[in-house]
Write a protein that binds this ligand. Structure first.
Ligand code: GLC
Length: 728
């Protein structure tokens, strides 16, 4: 028996070693092909490959049969086809797709397996739409609740973002489509995004803002990275000497750096500091297009001339072209790319699963949720967000889905016995990228109507939140207030006065102020949930699915409790030229824990329709050397009445330290499904090297010796036990 077992293992080892040597051979063959093509290209042809020929494509080399490269937004689905030369949509009738939930929702699932399914599905749709590069995912850290694009990113914790970006990138690229992780780096707000110069310490840079980009390169093997609009230490991040060295030398990134649209600003800097493909120059991102035809791009004629005059070495353009050819061999010149699929049921199921697993139950007094589907029960669904399309707007991540099931539709579809009535309640106006259009509705009449409807119902479900229009959750600028807009707070209070049975479904991509929290018995944090929004919300509201989402960012009680807003305007939004991340490494729950400022809802928090207990919490040893791993185990018991999933979270901190530290930092998590009455053991490995801090004096990562605290719980504010370990 044993002999057979060993034989199996040996065969497996043999296969994997053959496979990896084949892969290495394949890479060598590709590199040789790249060199042979490079030697045949004229200088003009090489330069032409380094910049756009249209809004979303770059030239190939027709003479040699080298194809163009086509790219498309975005992180949540493949954007509708855009015109050749301007931002207008091309008006195609065959480019509608599946809209997946926003990445904040994916982050809330704390489920890397789902991130893989998500990446694979969106990549498959991009492949079908013949896109070689998908311009996403975004992994900029959530620093302020006002940032217009937080909904596109993965929250406030670098470890969580790191664990989700890797499988997402791998999933996309299995389709022969490049992911393009963005926006590198420090693009943590939209206000003044095209000019603000961010000043931040090396520790915060390396410990908070870079980790997700680093693992996307070193583990996810992303084939593309997008530079950001903002500056860092005085240089444009799209061609910054510091970021160029980190990316292409320290991390040995072998893919292409694509600019954001009009984030390139200098031929010399773009040439020397790592920009490979210049896109969108002459536009302000998504705004109007000025006549800046492609041959006058920084990496077009000016680049060609500089090389001809010997001001820039030809080796510089050769490096760019090698990377671009490598991208082509991985995508549109790869011999065995799958064919892609779009709008198929598997994708709809993935979209629905990410949505239901990402929805967060935050409050459930009197067991407000789930709401039974009972005859004779009248449920009033009030709020514009119950019917508003949330895949439109928001900027470049906006989508044209084949369908989008609204919360109201989803609820009507699910509740066959109860009676569903609806009132709009409030209106936010058309979602336009760079201006606020007044709503065509009269606010007072909407309110009066909503109150009347509320009076007729047994239960009121308020579906509110933010919209994806300008100055809301939208690219190009930030929110200008922390509280809910469009008179929602007032309306909630007036509804409460006529119907005490009130629950809230918040559809946002950001934290909001909740002065109204005591008015609602139930609170669900829904995200921008994509095509399957209504079904997913109905799944959770009806109890068909037991919610298991956990917040990927803190909800401060008031804006000033947030780290970035605890200093002067230089911290946020900056003075129009410079901005200083004065909170340094204490972002999000790191701030709340360390400064003892209790958030309204904490990072990692989320309820279930059942109850879990953590027990037998232990580490395998008491002391570790630097090259070992800490094995943390614990039992999760489901002591409630129905099966569900819980996310065990392991944080580590060091009370006595040479350097400033957050009280605790997430270093491990595991989502486990547990049947009612059962227990499951979770094992979480934390390499001791992951406890290192970035030492600014030596520019090295250092694992301090001594005692550490290991906190185990199901939320950053709900730790079941903390243990001490030492590093020798
Ligand atoms: C936008 C965005 C970027 C997007 C690009 C193309 O300005 O910043 O995320 O991929 O331009 O639309």
């Amino acid at each position: 028996m044993i002999k057979k077992h060993y034989k199996k293992i040996l065969t497996l080892i043999l296969i994997t070693s053959i496979w990896s040597s084949l892969e290495a051979q394949n890479d060598n063959v590709i590199e040789q092909k790249i060199e042979s093509i490079l030697s045949q290209l004229t200088l003009e042809e090489k330069v032409n490959m380094c910049h756009a020929q249209s809004k979303f494509s770059t030239k190939g080399v027709e003479r040699l049969g080298i194809p163009e490269i086509w790219m498309s937004d975005g992180p949540h689905g493949v954007r509708a086809e855009i015109s050749w030369d301007d931002w207008a949509y091309a008006g195609w009738t065959n480019d509608s797709i599946t809209a997946f939930p926003a990445l904040t929702c994916l982050a809330s699932t704390f489920n890397p397996n789902l991130a893989k399914d998500y990446g694979y599905s969106v990549g498959e749709e991009a492949r079908y739409r013949k896109k070689d590069v998908l311009l996403g995912p975004g992994v900029n850290i959530y620093r302020t609740p006002l940032n217009g694009r937080n909904f596109e990113y993965m929250g406030e914790d670098p470890f969580l973002a790191s664990k989700l970006v890797v499988p997402y990138v791998q999933g996309v690229q299995e389709n022969g489509v490049a992911a393009c992780v963005k926006h590198f780096a420090l693009n943590n707000q939209e206000h003044w995004r095209d000019k603000i110069n961010v000043e931040v310490s090396d520790r915060a840079l390396y410990e908070i803002y870079l980790p997700a980009f680093k693992v996307a390169v070193t583990e996810g093997k992303t084939w593309a990275i997008m530079g950001a609009y903002n500056k860092f230490r005085g240089a444009h991040t799209t061609h910054s000497p510091i970021l160029h060295k980190i990316l292409k030398t320290d991390w040995a990134f072998d893919g292409v750096v694509i600019s954001d649209w009009s984030s390139a600003h200098s031929t010399k800097e773009a040439a020397l500091y790592g920009l490979d493909m210049e896109m969108g120059t002459g536009t302000d991102g998504l705004g109007t297009t000025t006549a800046n035809h492609y041959s006058s791009y920084y990496l077009a004629n000016p680049f060609l001339e500089a090389i001809k005059k010997g001001e820039i070495e030809e080796a510089i353009v050769d490096d760019k072209v090698r990377r671009i050819l490598r991208l082509m061999f991985r995508t549109n010149m790869s011999s065995n790319r799958p064919l892609g699929r779009v709008n198929n049921t598997e994708h709809h199921e993935v979209a629905r699963k990410v949505a239901t697993e990402g929805i967060v139950l935050l409050k459930n007094d009197k067991n407000f949720f789930p709401i039974q589907d009972k005859k004779g029960l009248t449920i009033a669904v009030i709020g514009e967000n119950a019917t508003r399309s949330m895949t439109k707007g928001g900027g470049s991540s906006e989508l044209k889905p084949k369908f989008e099931i609204s919360p109201l539709e989803g609820l009507k579809d699910r509740y066959k016995n109860a009676k569903i009535i609806h009132a709009m309640g409030f209106a936010s106006g058309e979602s336009v990228y760079d201006q606020v259009l007044p709503s065509p509705y009269n606010a007072d009449s909407l309110k009066v109507e909503a109150i009347e409807v509320a009076k007729k119902a047994d239960i009121v479900l308020f579906v509110g939140g933010l919209s994806k229009s300008h100055l809301q959750d939208c690219e190009g600028d930030d929110r200008q207030q922390y509280h809910l807009p469009f008179g929602q707070e007032e309306l909630l209070k007036e509804i409460k006065a006529v119907n005490g049975n009130l629950g809230m479904v918040l559809l946002t991509g950001n934290a909001v102020e909740m002065s109204w929290l005591d008015k609602v018995d139930g609170l669900i944090q829904g995200w921008y949930l994509g095509s399957m929004a209504g079904n997913a919300l109905a799944d959770v509201i009806s109890g068909d699915v037991n919610p298991s989402g956990k917040l990927p960012f803190s909800f401060p009680k008031k804006l000033e409790d947030n780290a970035a807003h605890s200093f002067d305007e230089l911290s946020y939004p900056g003075d129009g030229t410079n901005q200083y991340y004065k909170e340094d490494i204490l972002v999000g729950y790191r701030w709340h824990d360390t400064k003892k400022i209790k958030p309204l809802f904490a990072f990692g928090e989320g309820m279930s329709y059942t109850d879990f207990k953590l027990s037998d919490i232990q580490t395998d040893k008491k002391s570790y050397s630097e090259n070992e791993s800490i094995s943390v185990s614990c039992t999760i018991s489901n002591v409630g009445g129905r099966s569900g999933s819980e996310v065990v979270q392991v944080y580590v901190g060091k009370s006595k330290s040479k350097v400033k530290r957050a009280l605790k930092e997430l270093k491990g998590f595991q989502k486990v499904e547990v049947d009612s009455g059962k227990g499951v053991t979770a094992n979480i490995e934390i390499p001791v090297s992951a406890l290192a801090y970035y030492d600014e004096t030596t520019s090295n990562w250092i694992v301090e010796k001594g005692t550490y605290n290991v906190y185990v719980g199901n939320a950053s504010n709900n730790i079941s036990k903390s243990l001490k370990i030492t590093v020798k």
